[in-house]
Write a protein that binds this ligand. Structure first.
Ligand code: IMP
Ligand code: MG
Length: 179
């Protein structure tokens, strides 16, 4: 695995420190609200999600969704499909989506709209990383871990063709792997 990493972009320590800060901010912002449903977007956000929810010191409900915009490659299909829906009710509740990366923005723009339509009280987004240069649609990221350059990253949940998710840090994938 390590041999396919061009460089380490975010170390385990950097990620841990930032996740703690995000958790503290979320705790502060939601402490007087009567609900918080944290929904992780599978599979990429799974590692970030597990660390983040333990830094939120509130009685949260958790759920997961799987949506696909990228198929088995690093090229976007431009289409969003719900593979697995959330199972707990979010009507009149405050929803916080947790995502690994905001790239074009299509996936989360669509998912946010769906939940507003379903009658959530509020819908916010927490993303570990964002590639602003790649954005194709305007989307607010309420809690952002790191802005990153326009390179293909792997690790800490992020995959290339379903691999590398278990790297403990975030690295840039070597070009020769996906060319
Ligand atoms: P968006 O709809 O273009 O914002 O797509 C975001 C999704 O694309 C993320 O949930 C990732 O699954 C995938 N993605 C985008 N960029 C990368 C990357 O650099 N590494 C791994 N997955 C990525
Ligand atoms: Mg994803």
């Amino acid at each position: 695995m390590e041999k396919d990493v061009k460089e380490i972009l975010l170390t385990e320590e950097e990620i841990r420190a930032r996740v703690k800060e995000l958790g503290e901010q979320i705790t502060k912002d939601y402490k007087d609200k009567n609900s918080l449903v944290v929904i992780g977007i599978l599979k990429g956000a799974s590692v970030f999600f597990a660390d983040l929810i333990r830094e939120i010191k509130l009685p949260v409900e958790i759920d997961f969704m799987a949506v696909s915009s990228y198929l088995d490659s690093s090229v976007t299909s431009g289409e969003v499909k719900i593979i697995k829906d959330a199972s707990i009710s979010t009507t009149m509740k405050n929803v916080l989506f947790v995502e690994d990366i905001i790239d074009t923005g299509f996936t989360m723009a669509k998912v946010k709209d769906i939940f507003l339509e379903r009658g959530a009280n509020s819908v916010k987004l927490c993303a570990l990383t964002s590639k602003p240069d790649r954005r194709k649609i305007d989307i607010d990221i309420d809690y952002l871990g790191f802005e990153i350059p326009n390179e293909f990253i792997i690790g800490y949940g992020l995959d290339y063709a379903e691999k590398y998710r278990n790297l403990p840090y975030i690295g840039v994938l070597k070009e020769e792997i996906y060319q």
